[in-house]
Write a protein that binds this ligand. Structure first.
Ligand code: SF4
Length: 336
């Protein structure tokens, strides 16, 4: 049990959490929407501090981060809990455990032990992933600060619903992020995720302004967020932030509460990729389509293949000092 960061005490033993944009007002004895932060007599506590439910050494490509130390290892951790209720969650067994089963499990660990494990496994980064890192922020922040001092960088895989206060607190120690931009309508965010679109857009802007390396993922679900119009608007928004932001378009498979919807046809994924390039993005990738041409990194100037991938495996990595070896174009990303 750990006293939460980023909350304020209110009248009548209530507290206001401002870790994420739900900004829950929580009565004594109650929990926030994420169900892992509880008001105990006027003190907000994290119920998941040091309780790691998943830890794996993954290729960084699995996050997915394609322009951040390609081919490196990422020591990846999660606790249970999430501030979203995505009907299509692929990790609902752990992300929704506190909500669906009223359970909080996890192996006891500490920031120091996590960093030591990352060093032992020669991981270049620690990834806070699988569930939503915002809701285990105290563990993530303490670990990230220690990791930076030991030469290990930190990346979030997030739904982007954290507040600006949260981002500003961690940003010197947050080196990269893949943020889901799940759709581009409020209806989608409200009905399928239990959230709002606008705060996610603000987070993307803030990350760019703070200099956190950013990649964006959109899971394409048939007839939910896959219209040409919506994808064009979404891609234009990213171009407006920075055309060098890599956009990953990922294939949906029926899961959790959306088992009645078929998998995304590969042609929809490729249409979205074409739209991304048409509106001016420089790097658009296809996800969950192993062997697809959209897994490779092509130079945005001369179309030379710079990084050849199959699934999460890097077959060739030709970028030298952040530049295309053929035409010399600067390739946005974190390369060393
Ligand atoms: S982190 Fe949890 S308690 Fe805090 S505002 Fe978000 S959902 Fe509410």
């Amino acid at each position: 049990m750990k006293e939460a960061y980023l909350y304020e005490k209110k009248d009548d033993v209530k507290v206001r959490c401002f870790l994420c944009n739900h900004r829950c007002m929580i009565k004594d004895g109650a929990r926030g929407i994420c169900n892992v932060r509880e008001n105990q007599g006027g003190t907000l506590v994290s119920l998941v501090y040091g309780k790691v439910i998943a830890r794996h050494v993954d290729p960084i490509e699995k996050k997915p981060l394609f322009h951040f130390l390609p081919g490196s290892r990422s020591y990846s951790i999660a606790t249970v809990g999430c501030n979203f209720r995505c009907l299509f969650c692929q990790n609902a067994d752990i992300s929704q455990m506190p909500t669906d089963r009223n359970q909080i499990w996890g192996e006891e660990t500490s920031p120091d032990a996590i960093v030591q494990d990352a060093l032992r496994t020669r991981s270049a980064t620690i990834a806070y992933t699988y569930t939503e890192p915002t809701v285990f922020f105290e563990l993530a922040l303490d670990t990230a600060r220690l990791a930076t001092r030991k030469g290990v960088r930190n990346v979030f895989v997030s739904n982007g619903y954290m507040t600006e206060e949260c981002l500003k607190e961690i940003h010197p120690d947050l080196h990269g992020a893949n943020v889901d931009l799940k759709g581009f309508t409020d209806r989608y965010y409200k009905e399928l995720c239990g959230a709002k679109l606008e705060p996610v857009l603000r987070t993307l802007e803030t990350m760019v302004n703070l200099g956190i390396w950013l990649e964006v993922t959109t899971l394409l679900i048939p007839r939910q967020n896959d219209s040409r119009e919506e994808l064009t608007e979404l891609a234009k928004f990213l171009v407006g932030l920075d055309p060098g932001i890599p956009w990953h378009i990922s294939r949906f498979h029926p899961t959790y509460k959306l088992t009645h919807i078929r998998a995304t046809p590969p042609e929809s994924i490729r249409m979205a990729r074409d739209i991304g390039y048409e509106v001016g993005l420089k790097y658009v990738y296809t996800g969950n389509l192993p062997g697809d041409l959209g897994e490779k990194t092509y130079c945005h100037e001369c179309r030379e293949i710079l990084i050849d991938r199959y699934g999460f495996s890097v077959q060739k990595h030709a970028i030298r000092d952040g530049r295309c070896p053929k035409c010399g174009a600067e390739i946005p990303g974190v390369w060393k």
